[in-house]
Write a new protein. Sequence first.
Length: 205
Amino acid sequence: MYVQFGCGFSAPAGWENFDASPTLVLERLPLLGRFVKRNDQHFPANVRYGDIVRGLPFEPESIDGVYCSHILEHLAADDMDRALQNTFKILRPNSLFRIVVPDLKQLANSYVADSSSEASHRFMRESCLGYEQRPRGMAGFLKSWFGNSPHLWMWDEASLGLKLSEHGFVNVRRAYYSDSEDPKFKEVENSDRFDGSLGMQCTKP
C-alpha cells in the first residue's frame, strides 16, 4: 500500500490519495457539493480527506511508501515536525519517503544574482512568502482559507536533510525525477513538479 498526501488533482489509481483542502470536504456534501470547485475542477473520486499533521488512518508500519509534492512548504515549522512523525510512524521498515518542495537556496541565489529593480518582487512572488494584496472582506477570507497558497516555512537541501535525519530517517539524499529504486513512485511523480525544485528521498530503517 502506497500513500500520497496533499495530492490535489493528481490521484493515480494504485495509490491511497489524501488531501486536506477544505474544498474537498465541501465537495463531498450532498447536493451542495456539486457547486463547489477548486480552480474550476472537482477532486477525483478516489481522493480522501486526510491531514498528515493530525495523522492518516493507517496502522503503524503498514505502508510501503509515501510521497508528497509541494505540500510541506505550506506547513508551519512545528506542524512539519508532526507531519514527519506521522509519516515515519505509518511506514514499514526499509520503505521510502519521497518529497518535493520549492528550493529555497535556488530561489535565494536567483534573487542575489538579479540586479534589476524587480528582483525583490520577483523573489516574493516566486517564493509565495508574501501577499500582494491583503485579503479583505468575507470573499477575501474565504479565498485565502480555501486556497491555502502561502508558503509558511521554506527548505533547502541541508535543512530538510537534517530535519529528516532528526526524525529517524536514514539514507537521506537529494532525489530527482523518476530516480527511485522503487518503480511504484513512477506512477505518482510528474517531471514538472521537480523543475526548479528540491527533491529528497529517505528510508525508514
